[in-house]
Design a protein around this ligand. Structure first.
Ligand SMILES: Nc1nc2c(ncn2[C@@H]2O[C@H](COP(=O)(O)OP(=O)(O)OP(=O)(O)O)[C@@H](O)[C@H]2O)c(=O)[nH]1
Ligand SMILES: O=C([O-])CC(=O)C(=O)O
Ligand SMILES: [Mn+2]
Length: 614
């Protein structure tokens, strides 16, 4: 298309911005003028639109349509091999003052960053459609719905956003009623097309910037089409920007799953759990209990917005609409609930392998490995290959209401009372399977010093231990010390008797022989049962310097063949030598906070030092 007819399409679109929200219409026009797309399209969120967009993505080679019998209305996409995970090195918090980004974030002067971004976005959508996606995080009938509008030049992003958030005309109409505030979330692949130039299956740019302006509550994302870099309602809005909103408005935006467990006696407990990326949130959220009589229901698998309720209770709500789950390791044996949800269809898979009969496969999906596959990079693959068939960070994107075990409370705009919080990470050594905090502040200490080995969910080296406070290290949108103080001040407003009980868990500990010290997955229900029985004052525990761990026979091992109380002792062992090393690492971590560390946490550190010395 020639320059002048581009301009005509643009002008025509501008005249008909289908919204009475003047500020939004103006922003869309401003972005179109900057990025110079071929056309502007307002996403209505309908099924017909989704079907049309996905067909176009099939035609253009971005999507492969899967075998409709096994994966109805589902598609596979394959990214550029350099665009496979969140890019933390290129993720910025551009607050007015450097201090407000803290030591855990990259920072640049907002004006300098804006200038840099404007240059990159100039003409960045040439030859492409600019999609405008009105969306809301959390329920549309919330007291104050949390609106956003993502502008993107990626149809893959539009299709994925429709699964992950409530989007489209219904949301737009509600925003218009009050000229509501929304988070402007601008995304470009950074891959403009010249006239006549043929597109590639996964356009993106070598240069990537994931930038947040917390005071403005705006997001600019450039160069990546993948996951948390591009689906801006998720990590960018619902965690980084929302954490700043939460600080200012008196609530908490956390990287947590929420699960409801009901005991054989019919008593229900809602448990929130903060684990870093690729450390087991989606799996625990879809838990298939292996113990008799216990029922599990899903409320959320990644994000938990919490506030203090009218009776001083802590309430949590999942603001998402879909799952964006790690594919490898998700299988009929380990996570049948996820597999049932996925195979209902309506899903987008990214960077998984293809089977010869038009299905998808990834490591751990089935016990038997298919004899022949097409790997995520399009190469022939057989079990003899020395590389995985699916990328370790390959993902399924599936509507949340396809989960059979979804709790009815998921739809409640008030959320649910949280009775327990788990903090967990991926540690081969040192950290026991489960440890109950001595007190609330001791539990916050556990969260603030949480550690985990890095995973494929972020670009960079895998398997390096790092501190990851509340599993929020890459997602705190402001100063980390202020964040810990905010935790203190919010929860000080709760009824102390209704504060959740806190536990530290580690499903990933190894035995001296190298295997997992705990079977994990469905058997994690046994650990949750112990936690609930601790809350009820029923289960036995042994006191250690770091907290209370199960005695060998206090974990219910019924039906767990070949696993004995002696194995429990190995899984919960607290080794004084390992903990001396751990303490030094915690001290070093806390050193980063300087004066901003809350006194309650200083006291907790002193207590731990003393108990380890004794
Ligand atoms: N050994 C073991 N592995 C687990 C367990 N739970 C999850 N995993 C594996 O850990 C990986 C990540 O699990 P997920 O549940 O997808 O992690 P997540 O926290 O939801 O990850 P993000 O979506 O990136 O935030 C998968 O490969 C799982 O198979 C467990 O209890 N034991
Ligand atoms: O954001 C992503 O790309 C995927 C995700 O859930 C995470 O990394 O925690
Ligand atoms: Mn997940």
């Amino acid at each position: 298309m020639s320059e002048s007819s581009d301009q005509q399409v643009l002008d025509a679109q501008r005249g008909t911005a289908p919204t009475t929200h003047a500020q939004l219409a103006a922003w869309v026009e401003e972005v179109a003028a900057l990025t110079q797309p071929q056309s502007v399209y307002w996403v209505d969120g309908s099924q017909g639109e989704y079907d049309r967009l996905t067909s176009e993505l099939v035609d253009s080679g971005t999507f492969v349509r899967l075998n409709d019998d096994r994966f109805p209305n589902s598609f596979a996409a394959f990214s550029d091999p350099k665009d496979v995970a969140r890019v933390e090195e290129q993720t910025y918090i551009c607050s007015e003052n450097r201090h407000d980004a803290g030591f855990t974030n990259n920072w640049m002067e907002p004006a300098e960053m804006k200038a840099k971004l404007r240059t990159l976005f100039e003409g960045s959508m040439r030859g492409r459609t600019m999609y405008v996606i009105p969306f809301v995080m959390g329920p549309l009938d919330a007291e104050e719905p949390k609106y956003g509008v993502e502008i993107t030049d990626s149809a893959y992003v539009v299709a994925s956003m429709r699964i992950m958030a409530r989007i489209g005309t219904d949301v737009l109409r509600r925003m218009e009623l009050t000229d509501a505030f929304y988070v402007p979330a601008l995304h470009s692949l950074g891959a403009p097309l010249a006239a006549g130039e043929e597109d590639v299956a996964w356009p993106c740019n070598e240069e990537k910037w994931i930038v947040h302006f917390p005071e403005e509550r705006s997001i600019w994302s450039y160069g990546s089409g993948y996951g948390g870099n591009a689906l801006l309602g998720k990590k960018c809005y619902a965690l980084r920007i929302a954490s700043v909103m939460a600080r200012d408005e008196g609530w908490l935006a956390e990287h947590m799953l929420i699960i409801k467990l009901t005991s054989p006696e019919g008593k229900a407990y809602n448990i929130a759990a903060a684990f870093p990326s690729a450390c087991g949130k989606t799996n625990l959220a879809l838990l298939d209990p292996t113990i008799e009589g216990w029922k599990a229901e899903t409320l959320g698998d990644d994000i938990n917005w919490m506030r203090i309720g009218k009776e001083g209770e802590l309430r949590g709500l999942n603001p998402e609409y879909g799952l964006f789950g790690v594919a490898p390791g998700t299988g009929w044996g380990t996570n049948p609930n996820a597999m049932r949800a996925i195979t209902k269809g309506n899903s987008i898979f990214t960077n998984v392998a293809l089977t010869d009969d038009g299905g998808v496969w990834w490591e751990g999906m089935t016990e038997e490995t298919p004899a022949h596959l097409t790997d995520w990079q399009g190469n022939e693959w057989t079990p003899e290959a020395d590389r995985p068939a699916a990328h370790p960070n390959s993902r399924f994107c599936t509507p949340i209401d396809q989960i059979d075990m979804l709790a009815q409370d998921y739809y409640s705009p008030d959320g649910v009372e949280i009775h327990a919080i788990l903090f967990g990470g991926r540690r081969k050594t040192t950290v026991p399977l489960v440890t109950q905090a001595r007190t609330w502040s001791n539990g916050v200490f556990m969260g603030s010093t949480l550690s985990s080995e890095t995973t494929a969910a972020a670009a960079g080296q895998v398997g390096v231990v790092r501190r990851d406070p509340m599993a929020m290290l890459p997602f705190i949108g402001y100063d980390a010390g202020d964040y810990l103080n905010h935790w203190d001040s919010i929860t000080a407003k709760a009824d102390p008797d209704r504060l959740p009980h806190i536990f530290l868990v580690n499903w990933f500990r190894r035995t001296p022989e190298g295997g997992f010290a705990w079977p994990g997955f469905g058997d994690n229900s046994r650990v949750l049962k112990w936690a609930i029985e601790r809350i009820e004052g029923k289960a036995d525990a042994r006191e250690t310097p770091i907290g209370f761990v199960p005695t060998g026979d206090s974990l219910d091992l019924t039906g767990l063949e070949g696993f004995t109380p002696a194995d429990v002792e190995v899984a919960v062992n607290v080794d004084p030598e390992e903990w001396k090393t751990e303490l030094a690492s915690i001290e070093e971590w806390y050193g980063n906070f300087g004066d901003s560390l809350p006194q309650s946490l200083r006291d907790e550190l002193a207590g731990l030092q003393e108990r380890l010395r004794a």
